[in-house]
Design a protein around this ligand. Structure first.
Ligand code: AMP
Ligand code: GLY
Length: 425
């Protein structure tokens, strides 16, 4: 089977790397990919990164199956287009991708389905939003309705700050058109867990739990980013929590989407807050997470290609899926300036040495400049390793990070530390 992966980040490198090791997969393509993807797959340039442009790439390589790393092609209807053109595609239709594409849709859906989530109000105008603020205490969470690349959520400690953010959102200054409708949401305290399943539209098979680190600085300080690192360890959830999430959140989502006429086939990601009232959904994503995927796929065994193909064909085969017990850790090395405008073009050294130390180094924002590897984005590399224990996995990953250098490199020193603190108690 020839598989085409859409996208160009660390997640897509990890997907291609894992597929490359799948016996069922003969060739792996990535469109457009990056220099890391090119080490494990064949990259196809894409001049037009829309569903139509990706369709052209799929035809060019004769793909038997296509999947998307990022959400944008899914929200833009790639699955629908590929279905019309008769090319097998694994990912939700445009109607099902609204779970990520519209926060208002997602919140109203959860309310209809009885899925635990924070209390909220939807607002279509600044006046409506101001009036709705009366129903909340502080901090309050303000979320742009549309896709905003992780920048559409602001936690506001007081009413004046909330009003200011709302003004900026509705004026289009914060996240453009994505902020023309907003969700106001009750603030939830707790630890976040990323829970991802693979669904064929009827059943959903769980991957292992993982935890992302969204803020730029240690101890969860500073602004939000796309994700500065992740770890995966089965112990993030106990059996009871896991069973609750699988039944009351994941399967319930799949059942209700089907009942509402928009069956969800693809990777379903629930961003959860583990609260005193139990796990609650902060957000859905309709794809794998980045950098959670790097940590998850590092632990995954079995034939990833069979898993995806079986789900795409409507008969998800969980026997293709196994995880090593050893925890894994992915530390993101980011460029100076990130999460603002990153500095680019700096030469990167030490990847081979990091790999000699046993790490798998996934490329996120890199490019080749006359044969030299240089930085080309905010998140540059995802240094991924595992160990017998979480502590060992963390040490292994950081030892590998020490080998890598580029000007202005920044990374968090505390990836996985919350897990260590939890299990030491
Ligand atoms: P989202 O894109 O909805 O996941 O939000 C991005 C981040 O904002 C989440 O990962 C949380 O850290 C935080 N967040 C979102 N909603 C809430 C909430 N209701 N309470 C507390 N934190 C939240
Ligand atoms: N790591 C969070 C995300 O992929 O949205």
């Amino acid at each position: 089977m020839k598989i085409l992966v859409l996208g160009s980040g660390g997640r897509e490198h990890a997907i291609a790397w894992r597929l490359r090791q799948s016996p069922s997969v003969s060739r792996v393509f990535v469109a457009p990919g990056n220099p890391g993807c090119a080490q494990v797959a064949e990259c196809i340039p894409v001049s037009n990164p829309t569903p139509v442009g990706f369709l052209e790439a799929a035809r060019q390589c004769g793909a038997d199956l296509v999947l998307s790393g990022p959400e944008a092609p899914l929200v833009d209807g790639a699955a629908d287009l590929f279905a019309r053109e008769g090319i097998p595609f694994f990912g939700p239709t445009q109607a099902a991708a609204r779970l990520e594409g519209s926060k208002i849709f997602a919140k109203q859906f959860m309310q209809r389905a009885g899925i635990p989530t924070a209390r909220f109000a939807a607002a279509n105008s600044l006046d409506e939003a101001r009036a709705a603020l009366d129903e909340f205490t502080y901090p309050v969470v303000v979320k742009a309705d549309g896709l905003a690349a992780g920048k559409g959520v602001v936690i506001c400690p007081s009413r004046p700050e909330a009003e200011q953010i709302l003004e900026e959102m509705f004026a289009g200054r914060l996240v453009g058109g994505a902020g023309s409708r907003v969700v106001l949401e009750e603030y939830l305290a707790g630890e976040e867990v990323s829970f991802i399943g693979v669904s064929d539209g009827e059943r959903i098979v769980s991957l292992e739990p993982s935890q992302d680190h969204k803020r730029i600085f240690d101890n969860d300080e500073g602004p939000n980013t796309g994700g500065m690192g992740a770890y995966s360890d089965s112990r993030i959830l106990n059996g009871q929590q896991r069973a609750f999430i699988e039944r009351e959140i994941m399967q319930r989502t799949i059942d209700r989407m089907r009942e509402e006429g928009a069956p969800f086939r693809g990777f379903l990601y629930a961003g959860l807050m583990m609260t005193g009232r139990g796990p609650m959904v902060l957000e859905y994503n309709v794809r794998l997470g980045d950098p959670e995927t790097q940590a998850l796929l590092h632990r995954m065994e079995g034939d990833f290609g069979v898993l995806i193909r079986s789900a795409a064909e409507g008969r998800v085969d969980s026997s293709a899926l196994r995880f090593r017990a050893q925890p894994s850790v992915c530390v993101v090395l980011a460029a100076a300036g990130y999460p603002g405008k990153p500095r680019t073009g700096d030469p990167i050294t030490g990847i081979e040495e990091a790999e000699r130390r046993g790490a798998t180094v996934f490329h996120a924002g890199t490019r080749l400049d006359g044969g030299r590897l240089v930085t080309a984005g905010g998140r540059v590399l995802g240094v991924t390793h595992s160990g017998e224990t979480l502590a060992e996995a963390i040490d292994n990953a950081y030892r590998a990070c020490e080998a890598i250098r580029f000007e202005g490199m920044q990374f968090r020193r505390d990836i996985g530390r919350k897990g260590l603190a939890r299990w030491r108690q």
